[in-house]
Design a protein around this ligand. Structure first.
Ligand code: HEC
Ligand code: HEC
Length: 163
């Protein structure tokens, strides 16, 4: 009897679940496309090539690349980026030389040339594009946070004096 009841309960649950409409997952990149279908991505826009540096969002952000890097070879034979961004190359190109972190290995030792961990520049640095973020963000620059805290502190002080 008990076994029969359990079987009936399982059957009933199965029937109820089968009648539920499938959950629709929304993903900003896929839009309404179902998981079983391939989304058609928006066409790529070209890299900005204006030589204008963008402000870094935080001190340790890898700066975005303010120039196009089409057909720049980075493989075991050559690293085009280092032609201009190495310590020596910067003299002629006037590019920002890669910082000391790029010459430091994981033991903290400073090397003569770029550390292999930093060899493939485009794993961290991306070209700038004129596009809007696909996902909303409430990120605030630390400068804005500090300014707000200072203003709040000044207001609190002024109110204290008023009493
Ligand atoms: C022909 C020389 C040249 C080559 C090759 C080159 N760059 Fe540059 N890069 C520059 C110059 C010059 C600047 C300074 C801004 C400008 O003039 O565009 C710069 C700026 C940058 C910056 C911004 C630095 C900052 O301080 O904000 C990054 C990041 C960068 N390049 C990365 C790369 C990467 C990655 C590659 C290879 C895929 C590369 N560059 C190849 C010349 C070069
Ligand atoms: C593992 C991630 C990573 C890789 C790979 C990498 N970088 Fe960076 N890069 C950073 C970060 C993070 C910063 C900002 C902090 C710093 O200087 O370390 C930076 C800073 C820079 C800067 C600005 C330096 C300055 O003094 O302001 C330049 C130029 C640059 N990188 C070029 C390159 C080039 C060229 C390569 C390839 C040879 C490369 N990076 C590889 C993460 C990376």
């Amino acid at each position: 009897m008990r076994r029969l009841l359990i079987c009936l309960l399982a059957l009933w649950t199965g029937l109820v679940l089968a009648q539920q409409p499938p959950t629709v997952h929304k993903d900003p990149f896929r839009g309404d496309t179902a998981f079983s279908d391939s989304a058609r991505p928006p066409p790529l826009t070209g890299a900005e090539n204006k030589d204008l540096k963008r402000v870094r969002s935080y001190a340790m952000q890898p700066p975005t690349i303010p120039h196009s890097i089409d057909n720049y070879q980075i493989d075991r034979f050559a690293n085009k980026c280092m032609m201009c961004h190495s310590r020596v190359g910067a003299g002629e190109s006037q590019a920002t030389p890669i910082s000391i972190t790029h010459y430091t290995n994981r033991a903290g030792v400073f090397l003569a040339d770029v550390d292999p961990r930093r060899y493939f520049c485009d794993t961290c640095h991306v070209v700038q594009m004129d596009v809007q973020p696909r996902v909303a963000s409430t990120f605030e620059d630390v400068d804005a946070v500090v300014r707000r805290m200072r203003a709040d502190a000044a207001k609190a002080k002024a109110q204290g004096r008023g009493k």
